[in-house]
Ligand binder design. Structure first.
Ligand SMILES: Cc1cc2nc3c(=O)[nH]c(=O)nc-3n(C[C@H](O)[C@H](O)[C@H](O)COP(=O)(O)OP(=O)(O)OC[C@H]3O[C@@H](n4cnc5c(N)ncnc54)[C@H](O)[C@@H]3O)c2cc1C
Length: 183
């Protein structure tokens, strides 16, 4: 790891079963050195499972694009945001159901669904690429990489790191000691 011998880490792979909102899947799929299979929403009807931000999710952007901090915001804003998001989910789910009932194909009806709906996928990725992914998608005080990932993809990546650490403890430790950067 220290000497940048990267290829040995390509011989070990991990497969993850992942259930995330579409806006997270979209970011995840930017990692090209991985294989993905996503459950079809053309061949099967989607389930009404939507992402609702928790009470500890910061809501307010302070600063300019690409260099901003997030702050919690008032309780009123929190409540308003969650209510608005839920109203929008309900409305789009109703439109989805109405379209299906009126005979529209699933591939047409899904056009009304928001990016907050959950999708299911499988990802297989080698450890070199996984370490690259984790370095970019987890902001960590010991990391040599200054990345500012969106909270929700970081939540997913932290769970991936737990599995990585459990299955490959020596590689995980070496990666961590290497400033949490992939070789
Ligand atoms: C905080 C953050 C913000 C982001 N914002 C945006 C955004 O606004 N818009 C946007 O489009 N994307 C955005 N991205 C996605 C980002 O640009 C990368 O696509 C994503 O992080 C995948 O990284 P990667 O290319 O290293 O990984 P992979 O695609 O898995 O590639 C792994 C490595 O393989 C090599 N590689 C892969 N493909 C090629 C190639 N074609 N040519 C040469 N080398 C290659 C590179 O060394 C690369 O690091 C963001 C990512 C982060 C972490």
């Amino acid at each position: 790891m220290r000497n940048k011998h990267s290829v040995p880490f390509e011989h070990a792979v991990m497969s993850f079963g992942i259930s995330v909102p579409i806006f997270v899947a979209r970011e995840l799929m930017r990692h090209r050195i991985a294989s993905f299979s996503e459950e079809s929403s053309r061949y099967r009807e989607l389930r009404p499972v939507f992402y609702i931000p928790g009470k500890d999710r910061p809501m307010v952007q302070i600063g300019r694009p690409m260099a901003y901090q997030l702050e919690m915001g008032s309780e009123a804003l929190q409540a308003f945001a969650v209510e608005t998001i839920m109203d929008s989910y309900k409305e789009s789910w109703e439109s989805y159901q109405t379209l299906l009932k009126s005979g529209a194909a699933r591939e047409v009806a899904r056009m009304v669904l928001p990016v907050g709906i959950f999708t299911n996928l499988h990802m297989t990725i080698n450890l070199r690429s996984l370490m690259n992914l984790l370095s970019l998608r987890i902001r960590h005080e010991d990391s040599r990489i200054e990345s500012k990932p969106q909270l929700e993809i970081q939540m997913m990546a932290e769970q991936m790191e737990d599995f990585f650490k459990e299955k490959f403890p020596i590689t995980h430790q070496a990666w961590h000691d290497n400033g949490r950067t992939a070789p």
